[in-house]
Structures are given as C-alpha cells and as structure tokens.
Design a protein around this ligand. Structure first.
Ligand code: FAD
Length: 292
C-alpha cells in the first residue's frame, strides 16, 4: 500500500483567512478540496506539498444560487450534489448530466466542481458543458479577485493560468437565453469509473422555436491537450435553420477540428469518427430541447 508523505494541515473558516495562509506559505502549499486527485498523486509520489490547505470549512464555498441573472456555484460543491440541485437540473441540464457521468458514487460524493476544473485534465467531465455555457471562474488571493472566462483558463494538460496563491472560489454561468438547449455525451469503454475516450458538449440557442440558430457552441473533450471548441462546426451552424443536413455537416466539420492522440483507450482515427457521431447526437438533443 502506498503511504502519504508528511504534511501540515490547515483548515481556514473563511476566504480571507484561506487567502492569507496561501500567501504566507507561498508555493509550498496546495489546496485540498475533495482530495480524490491530490491524495492519489501524493501517494504515487508525484506531488509532495509541505502544507495542505483544506477549503472544506470555508463558509459559502458549497453554496449555489441565482445572482444578478447568473447562477453562481461555490467551488467546493461536491459533484453528487450538482446533479441533484433543481436549479442545475432545470437550467443547466447538460452540467447535471456530466456530473452524473463522473467517476463512481464514491468519487462523486467527495470530488468537487472546483477540483475537477483546476486539475485541467484533458478528459475531465465538467469543463465541456461549462465551456459550452460560457462559464467564468472567480480566482481569489490577498491581491484581490479576478474573474476569468473558462475559455482563457486552461493552458495544457494539468496547467492553468492560476497563480500558486490563488483559490478558485466560484463558477459563474449566465442564465441561458430563451429557446436554448444543451447536451453532453461521454463515450467510455465502461459505464462507470471511466475516463472519456471522447466526450462532446453542445449548446444551441434559436431565435424562436421554429427559427434559425442564433448561437452555437460545440466543445470536444479528450481529443486535444485541453477541451476545445469545434470552431468550424460552430461557424457553419450560426444563422441557419437546424435541419438534419446542417447538423450532419457540422458534425463532419467537428471531426476535422480535433487533434487526438492514439493511446490505450482509442486510436486517433476512431476518436475523430466518434467526435462526428457524438456531435450529431448532442446537436440533435440540444435543438430538440431548444424547440421546446
Ligand atoms: C477512481 C477515480 C475515478 C475518476 N473518474 C473521473 C471521471 O470519470 N471524470 C473526471 O472528470 N474525473 C475523474 N477523476 C478525477 C477526480 O476525481 C476529479 O477531477 C475531481 O473532480 C477532483 O476534485 P477534488 O475536489 O477531489 O480535487 P482535489 O483532489 O482536492 O484537488 C485537485 C487539484 O485541484 C486543486 N484545487 C482543488 N480545488 C481548488 C480550488 N477551489 N482552488 C484552487 N485549487 C484547487 C488542488 O490543489 C489539486 O491540485 C477520477 C479520480 C479517481 C481517483
């Protein structure tokens, strides 16, 4: 059995105390949220922070609710809860679907939304629907708060724009406009405890129930170093009626927008073919939901 290295544990009660600790300890400290990722990496010897700062008891970080036309989600909200909240199931259903697809009941009951974002894994389940919704994240430190679009957050596998003293405190998603629909589909070898071979999140906004596509987002996951927009698919959809032929064309273009690798879970060619299939399916579901 792998043994955890020694560390000093902090348990601040509010954000200003947490930020002060992170600033004082400099880059020797790491945040621990659910611990499903960091403790595994520490046991494997990949990480050995001298200090762990738990955000489990920081007030407000597990709360969720509407704020000025947006839905604000605390970074310490556990993944199992995300899928249960009515505000998420009704207003951001593809995020609830992604939460239900993450790991296993054991992992979902510990893992947090903030941890899933900060790990910046190319196959993480929650970033694709959040990117499709144009989510922003709030990063806090003793120097202040900055709000960053999730589109600008990820740099490479495991790398983000966060500074070592910053804490991701909230995820903010604007209320979806009328006639909007979304979907997320994850393809894995098994139904649970599976990292995606390919996953796609789509969001469609129509100008009226039987109108043209006003806005389109197609996010591809597990087929590039970070989750990416299928830019040519998004472009071809906007301003058009959502016919079967159009969705087919967008799906084909999405298959050319990705740059997957071949690994033990799937070949590059297979992944591109699956991007096409999942894009078509998520677009069909998103359009159906948008049409009401
Ligand atoms: C068996 C198993 C199966 C898994 N299956 C999946 C899966 O299907 N899909 C998937 O996406 N992931 C999966 N994971 C990965 C992992 O569980 C998730 O990424 C999880 O959401 C991480 O959240 P956490 O709260 O446990 O993060 P932690 O392990 O506590 O932290 C992860 C990293 O993020 C940092 N961090 C966490 N929160 C913050 C914050 N608020 N501010 C700043 N830094 C922060 C930590 O310092 C650490 O570097 C799996 C892991 C295991 C062990």
């Amino acid at each position: 059995m792998l043994i955890l290295p020694k560390f000093v544990y902090y348990e601040p009660r509010d954000m200003s105390e947490a930020c002060k600790i992170m600033s004082d300890l400099n880059s020797n400290a790491k945040i621990i949220a659910g611990g499903t990722d960091i403790l595994v990496n520490m046991k494997k010897g990949l990480l050995s922070p001298r200090y762990l700062v738990s955000i489990a008891k920081v007030s407000g970080l597990s709360e969720i609710g509407p704020v000025n036309g947006s839905i604000s989600i605390g970074a310490h909200l556990i993944v199992a809860k995300l899928a249960e909240f009515e505000i998420i199931r009704k207003r951001l259903p593809s995020l609830a679907k992604a939460a239900r697809a993450l790991g296993s009941p054991l992992i979902r009951n510990r893992a947090t939304i903030g941890g899933n974002i900060v790990t910046a894994r190319p196959a993480a389940d929650l970033p694709p629907p959040l990117l499709a919704m144009g989510a922003k994240v709030k990063l806090e430190s003793v120097k202040g708060i900055r709000e960053v679009a999730l589109d600008d957050f990820f740099l490479a596998p495991g790398a983000t724009i966060m500074r070592p003293d910053e804490i991701l405190s909230r995820i903010v998603v604007d209320e979806m406009p009328p006639f909007t629909g979304s979907d997320y589909i994850k393809l894995g070898h098994r139904k649970s405890l599976e990292i995606a071979i390919v996953a796609v999140a789509s969001r469609i906004t129509l100008n009226s129930p039987d109108g043209v596509i006003k806005d389109a987002k197609v996010i591809l996951s597990s087929v590039a170093p970070t989750a990416i927009h299928a830019v040519s698919a998004e472009k071809v959809l906007i301003g058009e009626k959502p016919t079967d032929a159009l969705l087919e064309k967008a799906a084909r273009l999405a298959g050319t927008d990705c740059t997957p690798i071949t690994d033990i879970r799937g070949g590059a060619e297979y992944r591109c073919a699956m991007v096409e299939v999942l894009t078509k399916r998520t677009l069909l579901a998103a359009v159906k939901e948008a049409q009401g």
